[in-house]
Design a binder for this molecule. Structure first.
Ligand code: GLC
Length: 727
C-alpha cells in the first residue's frame, strides 16, 4: 500500500471534503459494481448501466474496456451526475491481457520472481492502455487439490513460494507510482481458504483449524498487504460455517485489526447474495446487512448494496460509519490512480493502438513460457531433439492448436491465430519434409477414427512427439474434475502409438491446468515435457525446449499424484504416529495404502534439465542458533553436464518438535542460478528465528527452541543429513 500518510493532507482531506457533499445514497453508489457486456464472467444480473451511473448508483464496472468504451461511460459519470465522481474499471487480467503468459501455475514453476513481476508489468501496460484501472489478480489461494480447476490460477501448494510470488505480482501490476497511467490496482483474491474446497469441488465448503488457516492459507494474503496491495476480494466459500463474504473474523479482526489493511474489499461475483443459498442470510436485505457489517466494501454484481443499504442505515441495522469507511477507501483508490486529477488519463487512443503485442512483450512471453515448462522425465536422453533427424511425427489434438494454448482466464488474449502453435514453433527448426503430422483424436470426443492415420504416420517417422492434454475449459473456475487422467481417448492413442513403435523415442508434450495422473504414460513414453498452457508464444517456447535452444529449468510447485486416491497429497505433510520406516520396509500397521506407495509420481520441486547439477555437502556457520543471531548455510553447485543451464536450489527446514506437530519439511528459501557447463557457484542462505516462527498451540506467532534439520536440495525428495539447535 502506498501509505496515504505521505499524502494525508491532500488525499484524505480531498476525500473528506468530497464526502461532506455526498448524500447517503451517493456514498452507497460508490460501493456498487456492475458489469459491462464486454465479457461475461458470471451470471448476468440485470443492470442498466447508464441509468445507474446517472443516478450516482455505480462506483465501478467490471468487464468494460477499450478507450472508446471507457471514455463513453466515464463521460456519463463526469458530466451527467451531480458530483462527477469518476468510475473505476476492473477486469480479470490474470496471466496477461493481450500478450498471454503461461497460466499462473505454470509461471510459478519458473520460480522466477523477476519473471512474475515482468509478466504482470506487461499485463498492466496492455490493460491500462485499454482503459482498465484495476485487475482482479493475483489469485493467491494455496491449494493442494488437483481436482479443483482453479489450482491453475495460483502458485501451487507451498506457503513460502506462494507468498514470494504474490508479492511479485502486486509489484508488477501496481508499479512504483499508482498515479502513472500504466499502473493498475491489484486485488488479492479469493480471501480466504477457497483453495481448500472439499473434494476439490469448486465453491464447496472449507473447514479447518485456525492454526491451519494461519499457517497455510493466510500468509500469501498477508504478503500482498506487505507488498502494498490496494484491494482484496472476498470469496464464495464458507469457512468453518461462515461464508467468507460475511466473515467478520477474517475481514475485520484479521484483515483490518491485525494487518491494518487500508484498501477496499470487493465481493466476488454475487457472493454477498449467495449467503442466502449458503443458509447464512434470510434474504437479500439480510445478506446486505451481513456483508457490510462484516467488512465487504463493494458489491460485485449483486445489486443488493444499491437496493438495501440506505434502508438498513435508516433502520440502524448498518452503521453509517461503515458506509463512510467503504466509500472513503474506494474514493482514495481513485485518487491514488490520479482519476480525480485526470479521469481520462487511461484513455489514450495512440497508446491503445501501439501497446498491445509489442515485440518485446512477445519475446518476454516466449522466454517466460520456456522457463515455466518442467521436464518431468527424459529416459534415453530422448530430449533434446536433433533437427538432423530425417522426420519427426507430431501427433495429437494440441499440435496445431492456437486456442487452448493460452489457457483459462486469458483476458483479451486472441484465440484465433495470434498464438503460436507447437506445429508453427517446430516449423522454425525443421524443413517441411521433416515434419509428419496427424491429429489422431480430439481432446474429449470418443471418436477413434483418426487412430489409424496417427499410427501409420508414427511408423514412418524417426521419432514421435505427442502434444496432448486438457482443454482450457477443463481447469479454471467451475471446472473441477473427479479424475486426473489425460482426458478422453488420448491415453488409448498413446498406448497404440507405443505398441506400433516399441523401440522408437516418444516424447509427450503436456498442456494442462492441474497435476495430471501420468502413472500409465511414464511407462509408455520416454520423455514428458510439462508446458501447462504456455500462452501466446507457447508453441515457439515449446520448440525452443524440444530442440535444446533453451534448457528446461522449471520445477513443480504442486505435487503430481500417482492417482486421485492419494489426494490431498503434498510435500510437507505431517509425520503421523505411524510413518513408514525410512528403509521403506513393509511393516504392518503403518500409515500407508495397501495398493499404492505413499510417494507421489512427481514431487514438489521436481524438474529435470538437459545438464546435471551436483550439490556439495551442506556447510553451516554453526549448529547453535540463538534468538538474537542467525546462521548461514551454504553449498557448492556444479554444472557437471555439457550444457549451460539454470538450477533452482531449495532450502528446507524441519522443526522436529513443536507445541503443535510440524510439517516433515518446509521450504524456507530458494535461489535460481545460471551455471555454464563446468561452472561452480557457492550458494549461501541465512536462517534466523524469523524463518522458524509459526502459529503455535496458543495461536501465538512464535518460535520454539529445540532441534531443527536443514537441507539445500534440487527438490523436496531428500532425506535430511544436517541440523542445528535453537537455544
Ligand atoms: C469470478 C471469479 C473471480 C473473478 C470475478 C470477476 O466469479 O471467482 O476470480 O475475478 O468473478 O470476473
Amino acid at each position: 500500500m502506498v501509505s496515504v500518510q505521505g499524502f494525508a493532507q491532500n488525499f484524505e482531506e480531498k476525500v473528506d471534503s468530497l464526502m461532506n457533499l455526498m448524500t447517503l445514497q451517493e456514498k452507497i453508489g460508490q460501493t456498487v459494481m456492475y458489469g459491462g457486456s464486454y465479457d461475461q464472467t458470471g451470471p448476468i444480473v440485470g443492470a442498466d448501466n447508464g441509468k445507474f451511473i446517472r443516478e450516482g448508483n455505480m462506483g465501478a464496472m467490471l468487464n468494460a474496456m477499450s478507450v472508446k468504451g471507457t471514455r463513453d461511460l466515464q463521460k456519463v459519470a463526469l458530466e451527467e451526475t451531480r458530483l462527477g465522481i469518476p468510475l473505476l474499471f476492473g477486469y480479470d487480467v490474470i496471466h496477461g491481457h493481450r500478450t498471454i503468459f503461461p497460466i499462473n501455475l505454470g509461471l510459478a514453476a519458473s520460480w522466477d520472481l523477476k519473471m512474475v513481476e515482468e509478466s504482470s508489468r506487461i499485463a498492466a501496460e496492455e490493460a491500462s492502455a485499454e482503459g482498465i484501472h484495476w485487475t482482479f489478480a493475483p489469485m493467491v489461494d494455496i491449494s493442494r487439490e488437483p481436482r479443483w480447476g482453479r489450482i491453475s490460477e495460483g502458485a501451487g501448494e507451498d506457503v513460502y513460494l506462494g507468498s514470494q510470488i504474490a508479492k511479485a505480482y502486486v509489484k508488477g501490476f501496481q508499479g512504483n507510482d499508482l498515479s502513472q497511467p500504466n499502473t493498475i490496482l491489484a486485488c488479492a483474491k479469493h480471501y480466504v481458504a477457497y483453495g481448500a474446497a472439499q473434494a476439490g469441488r469448486d465453491y464447496h465448503t472449507t473447514n479447518m483449524s485456525e492454526g491451519e488457516l494461519r499457517n497455510v492459507y493466510l500468509p500469501p494474503f498477508k504478503a500482498t498487504v506487505d507488498a502494498g496491495v490496494e484491494t482484496f476480494m472476498s470469496a464464495f466459500n464458507e469457512l468453518n460455517g461462515v461464508p467468507t463474504s460475511g466473515n467478520k473474523f477474517t475481514l475485520r479482526d484479521i484483515l483490518r485489526k491485525e494487518w491494518k489493511f487500508e484498501g477496499f474489499v470487493v465481493s466476488d461475483y454475487t457472493s454477498i447474495n449467495e449467503m442466502i443459498l449458503h443458509g447464512f442470510a434470510k434474504d437479500s436485505i439480510d445478506a446486505t446487512r451481513i456483508g457490510m457489517n462484516a467488512g465487504v466494501d463493494m458489491d460485485m454484481m449483486g445489486e443488493v448494496y444499491r437496493k438495501h443499504l440506505k434502508t438498513l442505515v435508516e433502520e440502524g441495522r448498518v452503521s453509517e460509519q461503515y458506509i463512510n469507511e467503504a466509500c472513503k477507501r474506494i474514493l482514495l483508490a481513485k485518487y491514488k490512480l490520479g482519476l480525480f486529477d485526470d479521469p481520462y488519463s487511461y484513455i489514450d487512443e495512440q497508446r491503445e493502438n501501439t501497446t498491445k503485442y509489442k515485440p518485446e512483450f512477445l519475446a518476454k512471453a516466449r522466454e517466460i513460457a520456456a522457463a515455466s515448462s518442467v521436464l518431468l522425465q527424459n529416459k534415453n536422453h530422448a530430449l533434446p531433439l536433433f533437427n538432423e533427424l530425417k522426420s519427426i511425427a507430431f501427433i495429437g489434438p494440441l499440435v496445431k492448436d492456437e486456442s487452448e494454448i493460452i489457457g483459462n482466464w486469458a483476458a483479451k488474449g486472441d484465440r484465433e491465430g495470434k498464438a503460436v502453435s507447437v506445429f508453427e514453433g517446430v516449423s522454425e527448426y525443421l524443413k517441411p519434409n521433416q515434419i509428419l503430422y496427424a491429429k489422431g483424436c480430439e481432446i474429449l470426443k470418443d471418436d477413434e477414427s483418426g487412430f489409424n492415420e496417427a499410427v501409420s504416420v508414427s511408423k514412418k517417422a524417426d521419432e514421435i512427439v505427442l502434444v496432448m492434454g486438457e482443454g482450457h475449459h477443463m481447469s479454471g473456475e467451475a471446472a473441477s474434475r473427479s479424475n486426473l487422467k489425460i482426458p478422453g481417448i488420448q491415453p488409448k492413442l498413446i498406448k497404440k502409438i507405443r505398441e506400433a513403435n516399441p523401440n522408437k523415442k516418444i516424447i509427450l508434450v503436456l498442456m494442462n491446468g492441474r497435476p495430471i495422473n501420468l502413472s500409465d504414460e511414464v511407462n509408455l513414453v520416454d520423455a514428458i515435457l510439462e508446458v501447462w498452457f504456455p500462452g501466446t508464444m507457447g508453441g515457439a517456447a515449446t520448440a525452443d525446449l524440444l530442440f535444446g535452444k533453451v534448457n528446461p529449468s522449471g520445477k513443480l510447485t504442486v505435487t503430481f499424484p500417482r492417482n486421485v486416491g492419494q489426494v490431498p497429497i503434498y510435500y510437507n505433510m505431517k509425520n503421523t504416529g505411524r510413518p513408514i520406516p525410512e528403509n521403506n520396509s513393509n511393516e504392518d500397521y503403518k500409515s500407508n495404502y495397501i495398493d499404492v506407495p505413499n510417494s507421489p509420481l512427481f514431487v514438489f520441486g521436481h524438474g529435470l534439465s538437459y545438464t546435471n547439477f551436483e550439490y556439495s555437502a551442506l556447510k553451516l556457520s554453526t549448529n547453535q542458533l540463538t534468538f538474537s543471531d542467525s546462521i548461514t548455510a551454504s553449498v557448492d553447485i556444479t554444472n557437471t553436464g555439457n550444457m549451460d543451464g539454470h538450477e533452482i536450489a531449495q532450502l528446507y527446514l524441519h522443526d522436529k518438535v513443536g507445541s503443535v506437530t510440524r510439517p516433515i519439511k518446509e521450504l524456507k528459501g530458494f535461489q535460481k542460478i545460471f551455471l555454464k557447463k563446468g561452472e561452480s557457484k557457492t550458494l549461501t542462505f541465512t536462517i534466523s528465528v524469523e524463518d522458524l516462527k509459526f502459529y503455535n498451540n496458543e495461536m501465538k506467532y512464535a518460535v520454539e527452541p529445540g532441534e531443527f534439520e536443514i537441507a539445500i536440495t534440487p527438490s523436496s525428495n531428500f532425506k535430511f543429513k544436517h541440523g542445528f539447535q535453537l537455544k
